[in-house]
Design a protein around this ligand. Structure first.
Ligand SMILES: Cc1cc2nc3c(=O)[nH]c(=O)nc-3n(C[C@H](O)[C@H](O)[C@H](O)COP(=O)(O)O)c2cc1C
Length: 357
C-alpha cells in the first residue's frame, strides 16, 4: 500500500493529544526516526497550546496529527483543533489514531477507528493538505471504566509489536512513500460511524458523569491540575467532572490515592430509573406520544420519539450527577457507591504507561 512521492522534505511537526500516554509515545517514536534521518523535528501537545498563533505550518514541513480514538472518532479536543487549524499550501500530512489494542492468548486484537481517520482526513483535505499517511496504532486499551487495566506483561508485548510497525510507517513517510494502512478496514469503519455521532453526546453527558472521588481523596488537586481539558473543578471540596470531560482516563490513572472511580452500580441504577420510569412519566405528563402522532406520520413520529428519548435521558442524567455529587458527602451513600464500583475491586488495575522514548 505504498507509493513513492517526488518532493523531499526535511522538517516534521507533529501535533498530538494523549490521555494516558499512548499517543504521546507514538509521536516520540516518529520524532526519533525523523531525527535519525536528519529531519528537524518538533512535537507539540495540543492541550498546552494557549494561543492560535502558536499553530504553525511552514511551507516545507511534513505535518502529523496523533490522537487516541474515543467512541470511533477523535476526541473533541483534537477534532476542534483540526477544525481551526490553519489552511495549507499543499503541505504533506499524516494522521495517526491510537486504538484499543488487546491480546487474546497469542493473538493481537485490533481496535476500531470508525470515522476518526476519515473525518480528520476530510477536514485536512478541505484545508489544502495532501495526505500521505493514515495509520492506526493498536496500543493497550486505557478504557478502564469498561475493563480492568491490562496486565503489565501484555502491555509490554503489545508495545514492542506496535513500536516496530510505527517505526516502519515513519520510515516510509521519511523516505517519501505514502502509507495508507488506516484505510484497510474502511467498510467496518463506515458501518460503525453512526455510533460515533451518538458517542459525541453520550460520552460527554453520560460517561463523564460516571466519575467521582471516594473518601480516599486527599484533595491534592493533581487531577484538576493535570486534566488536559480543564474539566475537573472543586465543588463542595470534592472533585466534580464538568461536561468538558472527554473521559481520557488521565485522572483515574494518575490519582496517587487511587480515589477516582467509575460508579458502575449507581450509574446503572440511575440510568434504569430515568429510562424506564422518569422518561415515561414525562411523556405521559406532556402528552408527547399523541401529540407527535397527530402531527407526523408513524415512521417520523418514531424517529422523533427516539431523539426525544435520548435528549431526556442525557438531560436528566446530567442533572442527577449534581445530586449524586451532593449525596457523596454522606458516608452511607458513599460506601454503597464505592462498593458497587467495579474499579474499586483490587483486581481492577489502572493503566500506567511509562514514558518509553
Ligand atoms: C472513552 C474512551 C473511548 C474509546 N473509544 C475507542 C474506540 O472507539 N475505538 C478504539 O479502538 N479504542 C477506543 N478507546 C481506547 C483508546 O483509544 C486507546 O487506549 C488509546 O491508545 C489511548 O491513547 P492515550 O493513552 O494516548 O490516551 C477508547 C478509550 C476511551 C477512554
Amino acid at each position: 500500500m505504498s507509493k513513492t512521492n517526488k518532493e523531499k522534505i526535511n522538517r516534521l511537526i507533529i501535533y498530538y493529544f494523549s490521555g494516558t500516554g499512548n499517543a504521546r509515545n507514538v509521536t516520540h517514536w516518529i520524532d526519533d526516526i525523523a531525527r535519525n534521518n536528519n529531519y528537524e523535528s518538533q512535537i507539540i501537545d495540543i492541550s498546552k497550546i494557549k494561543n492560535r498563533k502558536d499553530i504553525i505550518v511552514p511551507d516545507n514541513a511534513l505535518i502529523g496529527f496523533c490522537s487516541p480514538t474515543h467512541g470511533f472518532n477523535f476526541p473533541p479536543i483534537m477534532f476542534h483543533f483540526l477544525l481551526r487549524f490553519p489552511k495549507s499550501n499543499k503541505n504533506k500530512t499524516f494522521i495517526i489514531n491510537t486504538r484499543a489494542g488487546l491480546k487474546a492468548g497469542k493473538y493481537f486484537v485490533p481496535g476500531m477507528s470508525g470515522m476518526a481517520q476519515y473525518f480528520s482526513a476530510l477536514i485536512l483535505l478541505l484545508k489544502g493538505f495532501k495526505i500521505i499517511g493514515m495509520h492506526p496504532v493498536d496500543l493497550p486499551s486505557n478504557w478502564i471504566s469498561f475493563h480492568p487495566g491490562i496486565k503489565p506483561t501484555v502491555v509490554e508485548s503489545i508495545y514492542n509489536k506496535r513500536k516496530r510497525e510505527t517505526e516502519r510507517f515513519a520510515l516510509n513517510l521519511i523516505n517519501n512513500k505514502s502509507d495508507y494502512k488506516g484505510l484497510r478496514a474502511i467498510l467496518v469503519d463506515l458501518l460503525i460511524t453512526p455510533i460515533a455521532f451518538l458517542y459525541y453526546i453520550i460520552g460527554r453527558f453520560i460517561l463523564a458523569k460516571t466519575f467521582y472521588a471516594s473518601k480516599d481523596c486527599s484533595n491534592c488537586g493533581l487531577c484538576i491540575e493535570k486534566c488536559p481539558v480543564q474539566a475537573i473543578k472543586l465543588v463542595d471540596k470534592r472533585p466534580f467532572w464538568t461536561h468538558k470531560c472527554e473521559s481520557c482516563m488521565q485522572c483515574m490513572n494518575i490519582c496517587p490515592e487511587r480515589a477516582i472511580e467509575t460508579s458502575h452500580g449507581y450509574s446503572f441504577a440511575i440510568y434504569y430509573f430515568i429510562s424506564s420510569y422518569l422518561v415515561l412519566k414525562i411523556y405521559k405528563l406532556l402528552n408527547i406520544n399523541p401529540l407527535l402522532d397527530s402531527i407526523f406520520p408513524a415512521w417520523l413520529s418514531n424517529i422523533f420519539n427516539f431523539f426525544i428519548d435520548i435528549g431526556l435521558i442525557v438531560l436528566l442524567y446530567f442533572f442527577f450527577y449534581r445530586i449524586f455529587h451532593y449525596l457523596l458527602r454522606f458516608r452511607f451513600f458513599e460506601r454503597i457507591v464505592v462498593y458497587t464500583s467495579l474499579t474499586k475491586w483490587k483486581c481492577w488495575r489502572r493503566y500506567k504507561i511509562e514514558k518509553r522514548y
